[in-house]
Design a protein around this ligand. Structure first.
Ligand code: HEC
Length: 494
């Protein structure tokens, strides 16, 4: 019986998803990711280098791979990076980069068996963690990167039904614990007034006080260095078309109401829940992000190595649209405040989406002890590192000698990088992964490891191989262009 119901339900969901994705030009993968998590696998160093773009003078590197469901990130006082992985029930620790190669020195689980842990912060000797229905704390030794004693839940019974169940916590300069909780729904009147609000507590969990309301899903917030006020991202509601309402940056002040569900964006009454009597009361955002961009983590950065114009700016992760007829967002932006209180938004890290092909969805941003910015990606399962004034992992990954001996010398570096990146995508999308892996860590029974291809093949002999692969490798149908891209990719593998 149960089986029948769940199968029926799955069929309905499948048909729904199919119908939905037919009407808009978005792949089911992104919708499934939005609803259930999961991810697309970490892009290679080559893909990161060729696809992701930074402003002039910055460079991007891959700090950590295969960090499943990487969401909120935060450095310890010793430079280890904590990562909340809500769908893994874990908080992991990425060991500090002691050897200075721009990569974490290892990954291990710090806390396990939590209930959808979504964020954390340090206060005094404790590491605080928000779960979807609770806040807990445990003593933490920054030097060893180990917890001490037992994890204790100090706030329990937080509502986490429906949508937007994540809780974000942060300690304010006042030593109070601020907690943001999203709405249960796209648009509705809440019965639990802790939802769609920011609440604050004493550090021991006592003294609950509603701080601000009408915030549909303020996933990220931080205190600005220039006015000590809270600035919070907020995701605008869905189902009012591609271009309305904007997502928001709100300056969140005590006792204020920020509009949801009655007023959208800059004073527009909601078509379903509009309430004229609340118009005056509703505080408008200080900045509108493009609709459906889904701003999540935000941090004001204080990185000495960054150019002046970035001092006091806020980096913000735009997770990207999932219910818009074309993709939008999928990048990290910097927000620069003007003297009149408004903000200017500039691209900081782009290229996660290209012609509908998606390699990542930024989730959170933080500044590192090495003066670089770190960005988590819960789709690419990765942590990126963006630095100013230094080169990172310049991926002329194919050495000059390999380029020469394999016949790739006819291509300039930029073209080669592009080809490699396209080739990697083809490798993923054309069924090769059904039988092959490219890194020994992924090797599982029955999968053949492709390695040192460049010591045995050239561009020409690889093309010949693809035309008539040696059985049991099945024939593959590839046009010239795809063959070239795949070859450039395979020849670049160590
Ligand atoms: C059904 C399984 C299967 C699929 C799918 C498959 N391969 Fe293979 N592939 C093999 C096997 C088995 C071999 C080893 C053949 C041999 O023993 O020479 C092989 C060999 C190769 C080799 C030569 C490796 C070497 O070390 O000499 C390359 C290159 C290669 N495959 C690339 C690809 C690419 C690119 C794709 C996707 C377009 C692909 N394969 C899809 C099974 C597969």
């Amino acid at each position: 019986m149960f089986w029948k119901i769940s199968t029926g339900l799955l069929v309905v969901i499948a048909i729904g998803l199919f119908a939905f994705t037919r009407t808009i030009d978005v792949t089911p993968g992104i919708i499934i990711h939005s609803l259930f998590g999961g991810g697309g696998g970490t892009p290679s160093q080559q893909t990161v280098q060729s696809r992701l773009k930074t402003p002039e003078g910055f460079s991007v590197g891959l700090y950590a791979s295969n960090v499943v469901n990487a969401r909120v990130i935060m450095f310890t006082r010793s430079g280890d990076l904590l990562v909340a992985q809500p769908r893994q029930s874990k908080v992991s620790i990425l060991v500090r980069d002691a050897d200075g190669d721009g990569k974490t020195d290892g990954q291990r689980v710090l806390l396990d068996y939590l209930y959808r842990p979504t964020s954390m912060d340090f206060f005094e000797d404790y590491l605080y963690v928000s779960e979807s229905n609770a806040v807990g704390r445990i003593a933490f030794d920054h030097e060893s990167g180990e917890t001490i004693g037992e994890y204790e839940r100090i706030i329990t019974g937080l509502g986490d039904e429906g949508n937007h169940w994540t809780k974000t916590i942060r300690f304010g300069p006042d030593g109070l614990l601020y907690l943001s909780s999203g709405s249960t729904c796209n648009v509705c009147n809440e019965t639990d007034d802790q939802r769609a609000a920011i609440t604050r507590y004493n550090a021991d969990g006592s003294g609950e006080e509603r701080f601000a309301t009408g915030l549909r899903n303020a996933v990220g917030f931080d205190w600005a260095p220039f006015d000590n006020q809270i600035y919070a991202t907020d995701n605008g509601r869905d189902l009012l078309g591609d271009d309305f309402p904007p997502c928001e940056l709100n300056k969140v002040e005590q006792g204020k109401f920020y509009g949801w569900p009655n007023v959208n964006g800059f004073g527009d009454l909601d078509p379903d829940f509009g309430d004229e009597s609340r118009l005056d009361e509703a505080t408008s955002p200080v900045h509108g992000f493009r609709p459906h961009n889904a701003p999540l983590g935000i941090r004001f950065i204080d990185l000495a190595a960054f150019p002046d114009e970035y001092q006091d700016s806020a980096l913000t992760a735009l997770h990207g649209s999932w219910n818009r007829s074309s993709y939008d967002g999928y990048k990290v932006v910097s927000l620069h405040h003007n003297s009149d209180g408004s903000f200017e938004e500039k691209d900081f890290l782009t290229g996660f989406e290209k012609d509908g092909n998606i390699i990542g969805r930024p989730a959170d941003v933080t500044g590192g002890p090495d003066d670089c910015a770190y960005i988590s990606d819960d789709y690419g399962m990765a942590i990126y590192r963006v630095c100013f004034g230094i080169e990172q992992d310049d991926i002329a990954a194919i050495s000059a000698s390999v380029i020469q001996k394999t016949g790739l010398e006819g291509f300039d570096t930029a073209t080669l990088l592009e080809l490699q990146s396209d080739g990697q995508q083809l490798f993923r999308t054309r069924g090769c992964l059904g039988c092959h892996v490219v890194s020994p860590e992924d090797a599982r029974f029955g999968l053949r490891l492709l390695k040192s291809i460049n010591s045995r093949y050239t561009l020409d002999s690889l093309s010949a191989f693809f035309k008539t692969p040696t059985p049991p490798m099945p024939p593959v149908r590839l046009n010239e262009e795809d063959q070239l891209a795949l070859s450039a990719y395979l020849l670049s593998i160590e």
